[in-house]
Design a protein around this ligand. Structure first.
Ligand code: NDP
Length: 475
């Protein structure tokens, strides 16, 4: 009897240990399993205030010539009531709902129905079916990479309409900017809510789901890692790239068209913003296959942060410079314009080269040359949920030897250039650099925390070899 009980207890202990082991290895990467108070407070803050922040920026342009302080002063001095501001805000219209539905449907059709043909004739471009990184459950997803094609088709049609067909005015986006905001919010909330329900009821891969038990955290940070409908409709790839980033350049073009309509010319600052942000967007689509290896796809789960963020935050706040220039048409002197252009191009060069170095290094497993030399690196290893051990390498050469996230530094330089293109009269266009600094610093810390749990002591060796995060000698 005692022997039988001993055996049962031993089995229970073994089962418990197995569960703990699984949890420990699952906890090694991906988003958190447990929510601390600070994360919860930040999440509640963002859920409550992020939509208001977007509204505040857009409203202050529409009603206060982009002044961020005047609305507050008006309210504090009793000059205006909230209801006055709200009553002057355009509501959702049938026209905006029709434009937005058509836009999203068109992007879904481009994404799902037209397999990539660009990789067949563009040398160096990687498109068509590509594989993503190994997920924590050990799955390797396949993706149809056709974003460049979608971007080209959309923009060719945009220019064909603007210069030949005249079915609609190129100012259509600006003219419906606030009604479209309501549509974007509806889609953002709908897709995030759907993703949450899907995570509980019919996840694409149950092993790649995370439940913290905290409703708000799960809603914000997502449950499913790579939610899909059918084999190919991947939520992360579609929502980040299509309604968000394809729209970015169209929105800027619409703002430039509005300047032309209002003032009879497009200022050099507006051209600079269109060109520099256009390069960034085109780069994104040219390197869409590389994007499969970035944190958004490799590590973040799909929740409100990505769903609502891609539908609302990105198209509305990343385009603030163009919007500002519609209300304040700044004509820069040549020196200022050239300075902004050079800063933007240098930032882009650093951003692209750093990302390219890591991509090349990882693709060739270190069998490549970085700045003409054999790359230096640190060997590291990690374990996935099923206990499989993987080996990897962390490079310590090229820009990755200067700082651990020099790609973010380049991104920040480019972001600053967009803001500087708007002159120094108002704070609003500088929101972007402030936001990007917070985003990328936080991302840097978040990524390092994840890498540290993933690689353990190997990560310590790496941080000892490359001690700075963004700026050598400073941070
Ligand atoms: P990274 O491309 O820097 O990827 C970080 C990952 O790279 C780490 O998690 C680790 O992944 C791997 N890694 C880290 N150090 C090394 C090394 N020394 N050698 C090899 N691999 C390493 O980060 P992101 O995905 O965040 O960013 C990609 C780009 O997108 C950046 O240039 C960023 O500026 C930009 N970006 C832009 C945003 C915007 O809103 N405009 C938002 C976010 C990013 P592993 O587990 O594989 O080892």
């Amino acid at each position: 009897m005692a022997a039988h009980q001993e055996k049962r207890l031993a089995e229970e202990r073994k089962h418990q240990n197995m569960q703990n082991d699984t949890k420990a290895s699952q906890g090694q990467w991906g988003r958190a399993w447990e929510v601390d108070w600070f994360s919860l407070a930040s999440i509640l803050f963002l859920l409550m205030f992020a939509p208001l922040i977007v509204y505040y920026f857009i409203m202050s342009c529409a009603q206060y010539q982009c002044s961020l302080t005047d609305p507050v002063l008006d309210l504090l001095t009793g000059n205006k009531h909230l209801s006055d501001i709200w009553n002057r805000t355009p509501m959702l219209t049938y026209q905006a709902a029709a434009i937005y539905s058509l836009w999203v449907t068109f992007q879904v059709v481009l994404y799902m129905c037209i397999p990539d043909f660009c990789h067949k004739f563009l040398p160096g471009y990687v498109g068509g079916v590509q594989e993503g990184a190994v997920t924590p459950a050990g799955v390797v997803n396949k993706y149809q990479i056709n974003g460049l094609q979608a971007w080209i088709i959309t923009h060719v049609l945009w220019f064909a309409n603007a210069f030949c067909f005249h079915f609609f005015s190129p100012t259509i986006i600006f003219d419906n900017w606030i009604p479209l905001l309501w549509c974007a919010n509806i889609l953002g909330y709908a897709v995030s809510t759907f993703a949450m329900i899907k995570g509980y009821l019919f996840p694409t891969n149950a092993k790649d789901c995370k439940f913290t038990g905290n409703f708000f955290y799960d809603y914000m940070m997502g449950i499913e890692f790579n939610p899909r409908i059918g084999k190919w409709f991947d939520f992360k790839l579609f929502f980040n790239g299509r309604p968000g980033i394809v729209a970015w350049t169209l929105i800027n073009l619409s703002f430039a068209a509005k300047q032309q309509e209002l003032y009879g010319e497009v200022t050099n600052s507006m051209i600079l913003v269109n060109v520099l942000q256009g390069i960034y967007v085109l780069d994104f689509f040219w390197n869409e296959a590389w994007y499969l290896k970035t944190i958004d796809i490799c590590h973040d789960h799909f929740g409100w942060y990505l769903g609502w963020g891609d539908c609302v935050w990105l198209p509305y706040l990343y385009t603030l410079q163009g919007l500002y220039l519609v209300y304040h048409p700044v004509q820069l002197c040549t020196a200022h314009a050239v300075g902004v252009l050079l800063l933007g191009l240098l930032g882009y060069y650093i951003f692209r080269t750093t990302n390219h170095q890591k991509d090349l290094f990882r693709r060739t497993n270190g069998n490549c040359r970085i700045w003409g030399k054999k790359p230096e690196y640190i060997e590291c290893s990690y374990t996935s949920v099923d206990g499989t051990k993987y080996h990897s390498k962390l490079m310590t050469c090229g820009f990755w030897g200067w700082a651990r996230h020099f790609n973010y530094t380049g991104d920040l330089m480019g972001s600053l250039a967009y803001c500087l293109a708007c002159g120094f009269q108002h704070l609003l266009p500088y929101f972007y650099i402030i936001y990007m600094t917070i985003l990328l610093t936080h991302r840097c810390i978040r990524d390092e925390h994840r890498c540290s749990s993933k690689y353990g002591k190997d990560w310590k060796r790496y941080t000892a070899a490359v001690p700075y995060r963004l700026l050598p000698g400073v941070f």
